[in-house]
Structure formats: C-alpha cells, structure tokens
Ligand binder design. Structure first.
Ligand code: SAM
Length: 291
C-alpha cells in the first residue's frame, strides 16, 4: 500500500532511513498533513497545463502533490543532504526536476527555459523557508520570469503585511512592493501543529495573482519604490518627517518636496501608512516631474 510522503508515519520513516536531522538555520519545518497539501494544490489551480516552480522541496511532501497534478515541477533545494532523499522519494514522478541550488542565486529564467519542455503558464508554489521569505518573494518579483500566480506558505505575520490595505497597522513598503505587481489575498491559515518540527508561529497560505499591468502607472519605478520605502522609515512620524529624513533638509530639497506634495494634493502631515498605492504613484510622478 502506497503512503503519501506527507503522512506523519512515512515522513518519520524517510527521515530515519536517511538519518536526517533538521537545520533550523535553513528554515526546515516539514508539512505532515496530506489534506493541507491537497488544499494548497487546489487553491493554486494546478493542472496538466501548468508548470510549477517550487522552493525548498524538503523530502518532497508538497512536490509529490504537485507532480501528480502539474505538467512539470522544477524544485530548488539548497540542502545537499536532501538531494539523495529526493532522488529516492521522487523516483515515481518523471515530471519532477530537482536543482541543488540556493534559489536566491538561481537564474530563474535560464533554468526554467532549460527544464520546462513546453512554454506554459508558470506558478510558484512553496512552503517557504521563513528566514528568507521576503528576499525570495522579491527575487521572483524582480526577475524577468513570467509568473502567473504565487501560492506560498509563510509566517502569518508576513502574509498579513503582504496583503495589508492602506490605513492598517500591517501596511508598509512590503505591501506596496508586492501589490504593485500582484493582487494579494490570504487563502487560509495553517496551524503550527501540522509541521515537524513545530514552528513558534502559525502560518498562512497567500495567493498572489499577477496583474495585467502594475497597480499604478509610474514614470520611474526605481524612484517609486525608494519613495515608498522612505515613507515608512520612521514609523510613528509624519510623511513630511520621513521625506526630509530621506531626501534632505536643505531649503532646495524642502521646496521641491513642498511643491510636489501640494501639486499631488497630499497633506504632508499624514502618515505614510495612510497613503494608497495610487497616491504614492501620484506623488512619485510629481516628484520626478519637478526634480
Ligand atoms: N516543502 C517541504 C514541506 O513543505 O514539507 C519543506 C519546506 S521547509 C519550510 C523549507 C525548505 O527550503 C527546506 O527544505 C530547506 O532546506 C529549503 N531551503 C532553505 N533555504 C533555501 C534556499 N535559499 N534555496 C532553496 N531552498 C532552501
């Protein structure tokens, strides 16, 4: 009788056979609940027309479910000790390619071109290593890889920040960096009890869907992201304080900021966390025009 990798008994068997010990420094918390994995695959809408990129397959719990549904799966795993384990656990699945590499150092466009036999919509599905959730998200968003959807598990607290709306406590430059490119929503919460070892916090599955075009039209993307980061540097200070802290306190800079804020019709005494993407876009474009 075949037991899925994610069942607690099979997971323990695999770990024991290979003498595997978890490395906290690599964010290794393995999922041991097949129902949650199925729910992830369902949420992601994976079918035989989809190619999937996975980050951190571990012993292959999620990879197996993806392989059963997707056209092809490409998985990046950093831990060399897991490569022989995956070779064994993934042997029934011809459509899985494991690449032994740090995903942050991987050439995503090149590797996907090499591995995927046919050009199909690409989805990123992963139970992310929590210590580098944000860098991984940014690595995908900033790459030229055309990712249609990302369905990823992360700490609930980070998922809250990514999907936050203006005016809420969780809203910040990360919300904007992601929501500029993708529509973000939390699909469901995952309790910490379904992992071994158990993490300290609950997790959430976040679903990001690529927008046809960015959420706002900006004339200079780099400067737009600099502005949004600058606006949240000093959390309890006004937008004005944040802007002069970042751009400079000299008269010329202050005049440029005052003029641009006024033209963009944004009150400098507001706080960064109250500005919508649209307002940040308007302010950024006005600043660029008046530079
Ligand atoms: N997918 C498995 C599961 O759901 O049970 C394991 C998820 S575990 C939270 C994170 C995985 O990411 C681990 O296998 C870890 O070794 C791997 N990992 C950590 N840092 C990585 C990196 N920079 N690049 C690729 N994989 C990484």
């Amino acid at each position: 009788e075949y037991k899925e990798i994610a069942t607690p008994s099979r997971t323990k068997e695999i770990l024991k056979k290979h003498g595997f010990s978890f490395k906290k420094s690599l964010g290794q918390n393995f999922l041991t609940e097949p129902n949650i994995l199925r729910k992830i695959v369902e949420t992601a809408g994976i079918d035989t027309h989809t190619n999937v990129v996975e980050v951190g397959p571990g012993i292959g719990a999620l990879t197996e479910q993806l392989a059963k549904n997707a056209a092809q799966v490409l998985a990046f795993e950093i831990d060399d000790r897991l490569i022989p384990v995956l070779e064994e656990t993934m042997s029934p699945y011809q459509n899985v390619t494991v690449v032994h590499n740090d995903v942050l150092k991987a050439d995503l466009v090149g590797t996907t071109k090499e591995v995927f036999k046919e050009e199909r919509p690409i989805k990123v599905v992963a139970n992310l290593p929590y210590y580098i959730t944000t860098p991984i998200m940014m690595h995908f968003l900033e790459s030229d890889l055309d990712v249609q959807e990302m369905i990823v598990m992360m700490q609930k607290e980070v998922a809250d920040r990514i999907s936050a709306k203006p005016g809420t406590k969780a809203y910040g430059s990360l919300s904007i960096a992601v929501q500029y490119f993708m529509e973000a929503s939390i699909a469901f919460i995952v309790p910490k009890t379904v992992f071994i070892p158990q993490p300290n916090v609950d997790s959430a599955i976040i679903k990001l869907t690529k927008r046809d075009k960015p959420a706002v039209e900006v004339t200079n993307e780099k400067e737009f992201f600099k502005l949004t980061k600058a606006s949240f540097q000093l959390r309890r200070k006004t937008l004005w304080n944040n802007l002069i802290h970042y751009y400079g306190k000299d008269d010329e800079t202050k005049a440029w900021l005052t003029q641009s804020l006024s033209e963009a019709e944004i009150d400098p005494s507001r706080r960064g966390e109250t500005l919508s993407l649209e307002e940040f876009g308007r302010l950024s474009n006005t600043l660029e025009k008046n530079r």
